[in-house]
Design a protein around this ligand. Structure first.
Ligand code: SAM
Length: 269
């Protein structure tokens, strides 16, 4: 368990730059700003509880979370991934049966094996027995609508007061993240501060819905902007040409620049 932190850990910026270089060679799908932001989420607990990653692939985000969590004390990261590719949205394994060997090698090389509690099962299986409060829920598993919804609904009941939920690929052409973020997060009375960093959408869970009222305007503004993206993704398999350009224009209207780390900490409750 890590105590909530209101001040950025000393040397965080240079730590994040160093981390960026360390994970450069680990295959994955995180942009540099997303890596910095994930590190911020792990390094600065907003509540007491566990970190849970859904979807580890070859360990890129697992390593980032584990290393950054050391800045605030106890650094265990719970991670769940069956390590095969049963969903149409899973990364191509290029003929390999599983990404597990690469995952193991990568976490060993980066000296975080001891910090990771890994479950090689589907997230919805883990959800059946999970019973610990979460301070950070990082969803990057099955990107279909059904898959992301199952993940959110399986673990959201365990969010500690003031915990953060972060979903990857909400601004990419997958249905799951954007729809779940809109319906389950932005329209929920129990989520307050929210935003984006690149394609990561995040929001803070507040047990007392009265404390989220002030964020309604901001949440509805995001909801309207994201709503323009949904028809492109739901009804079309692969966006091309003019349709793709239109999608990109609408996407550019969703504020998703990197937040300043200390300002971000000041924003959340
Ligand atoms: C985009 S990758 C994760 C990338 C990783 N977070 C990173 O940053 O490198 C998606 C992963 O989700 C896993 N996955 C798919 N469905 C899942 C499920 N139901 N539960 C857990 N993991 C799942 C896939 O096996 C795949 O490794």
């Amino acid at each position: 368990m890590q105590k909530p932190l209101k001040k950025l850990p000393e040397g965080f910026d240079s730590f994040a730059e160093d981390l960026l270089r360390q994970v450069e060679t680990v295959e994955g799908y995180l942009a540099p700003n997303e890596i910095r932001f994930l590190a911020l989420l792990a390094a600065c607990p907003t509540a007491e509880g566990e970190i849970l990653e859904i979807g580890s692939f070859k360990g890129k985000s697992t390593i980032i979370l584990a290393k950054a969590a050391t800045l605030s004390g106890n650094s265990t990261v719970n991670a769940v991934d069956p390590m095969t590719a049963p969903s149409e949205t899973d990364p191509d394994l290029h003929g390999d049966a599983s990404s597990f060997a690469d995952f193991q090698k990568n976490i060993e090389t980066h000296n975080v094996t001891g910090n990771i509690q890994f479950h090689q099962i589907f997230s919805y299986e883990l959800a059946k027995t999970w019973n610990k409060p979460l301070r950070l829920l990082w969803i990057d598993g099955d990107h279909t609508f059904e898959g992301t919804k199952l993940d959110f609904e399986g673990f959201a009941p365990h969010l500690a007061d003031k915990a953060i939920v972060a979903i990857h690929d909400v601004l990419h052409e997958f249905e799951g993240g954007v729809r779940v973020f809109m319906e389950n997060v932005l329209l929920s009375p129990n989520f307050g501060a929210c935003g984006f960093c690149g394609s990561i959408a995040w929001a803070q869970y507040v047990a007392d819905a009265n404390k989220a009222v002030q964020y309604r305007g901001q949440k509805l503004s995001f909801y309207r902007k994201l709503g323009r993206l949904v028809p492109f993704i739901v009804f079309k398999k692969e966006l091309k040409g003019f349709e793709k350009k239109k999608y990109k224009i609408f996407r550019s209207l969703v504020p998703h620049g990197p937040p300043d780390p200390q300002k971000w900490l000041n924003t959340i409750q």
